[in-house]
Design a protein around this ligand. Structure first.
Ligand SMILES: C[S@@+](CC[C@H](N)C(=O)[O-])C[C@H]1O[C@@H](n2cnc3c(N)ncnc32)[C@H](O)[C@@H]1O
Length: 349
């Protein structure tokens, strides 16, 4: 009885019938304990807090043609959904190396996969950036298959402490590895207006880049603090409200999404590490090896396409995707994030 009372006192309380904030979703955050709640959330087409729904799984597996005994790499482990499906294809013969730059989520994923029976004899997990893929290959030897599912996971977006989303108040961080580099808030403190404008244009084609960058830089100069996600959102909102044609709530939301994406790409040097990864891919792949890249915005897709096309012309790849593969209509309906996904692939000669 004492125990029950103690448990009762510790339960997270929330107003209304459904939990709204990240912390209130304590059931979704413990899928092993509350599988029925998690199932209900997924049936509604949502992603439970603390989880990530893998995209284009069938399309990826169909292309990679993984055979038992092969050795492969998941360059973006995340929640481990793709890794798990690829492991199943190995039928306990062969090996998968899986890496992720995020030191926060990686141990949770490793523990989850281990609890499913995938230990070091079949799966090696490392916290590292895929720009250093050569370090994996030094250990694994040439790889038969490689997958990179770019961007951020739902767990990272949902956790207010990571500062990836303006839906909830949190520190304006946006780093995939919060233990390295500087946060977006720090970056903004010293940024010049023209530099910020270029970031917003180059990283997410923001049409109001000049007005937004001017507002941010002048606010910081006047001593206004922009250290949280909602403080940045507010400045973007206030700026767009004064621009005819850009001031309706949907346009403002899209502009906030673009600005957060642009800053995330900048603080994580996402285009730089992606280029380094693409340069190292050909030596990482075995002859006949297959690589699949899932991207989520035009800047990323352009990089993938250009790299594959150039190396195809140079004779490094013998086959590449002519057009990107898109998620099925069914998947796009059931998982909003799948709508922007583009899957490109290449086969090493
Ligand atoms: C979309 S999620 C991957 C989800 C995963 N495929 C799954 O099924 O659960 C993208 C992941 O890539 C990681 N990531 C992004 N850039 C990276 C990089 N340069 N090196 C290693 N990991 C990276 C992020 O930390 C995030 O966990």
């Amino acid at each position: 009885m004492d125990n029950q009372e103690q448990k009762h006192q510790r339960r997270v309380r929330y107003s209304g019938t459904h939990p709204k904030t990240y912390k209130e979703k304590y059931k979704e955050l413990q899928p092993e304990k509350y599988s029925d709640t998690v199932e209900k959330v997924m049936q509604k087409g949502s992603t439970p807090a603390g989880m990530h729904r893998s995209i284009c799984v069938d399309e990826i597996l169909e292309f990679l043609q993984i055979q038992p005994g092969q050795v492969g790499l998941d360059a973006t482990l995340g929640y481990g959904g793709h890794t798990l499906e690829m492991l199943k294809c190995l039928d306990l013969k062969g090996h998968i190396y899986a890496i992720d730059v995020d030191p926060v989520e990686l141990p949770r994923t490793q523990a989850r996969l281990e609890s499913l029976g995938y230990g070091p004899e079949i799966l090696t997990i490392r916290q590292m950036n895929f720009s250093s893929i050569n370090q994996v290959v030094a250990e694994s030897g040439p790889l038969n298959f490689i997958l990179a599912d770019l961007g951020v996971s739902s767990m990272q977006i949902d956790n207010p402490e990571r500062g990836f989303s303006f839906k909830t108040e949190g520190p304006l961080d946006l780093r995939l590895n919060p233990r390295k580099g500087i946060s977006a808030a720090e970056r903004l403190k010293t940024i010049k207006q023209d530099e910020l404008e270029a970031i917003l244009i180059e990283n997410s084609d923001e049409p109001n880049a000049r007005a937004i960058s001017r507002a941010i830089v002048s606010a910081i100069k006047k001593g206004t603090e922009i250290s949280t996600t909602t403080q940045l959102q507010q400045i973007i909102k206030n700026t767009l409200k004064t621009i005819p044609g850009s001031n309706d709530p949907e346009e403002i939301k899209k502009a906030c999404q673009r600005c957060f994406q642009a800053l995330r790409i900048d603080v994580n040097n996402e285009f730089g590490v992606l280029s380094a990864f693409f340069e190292k891919l050909p030596t990482a792949l075995a002859s006949g090896g297959r690589v699949a890249i899932l991207s989520f915005h035009s800047g990323e897709d352009r990089l993938v396409k250009k790299s594959f096309q150039r190396l195809f012309r140079d004779g490094v790849y013998c086959e590449i995707a002519d057009e990107p593969i898109r998620a099925s209509a069914e998947e796009r309906i059931s998982n909003g994030r799948a709508r922007s996904a583009k899957l490109r692939w290449a086969v090493k000669r």
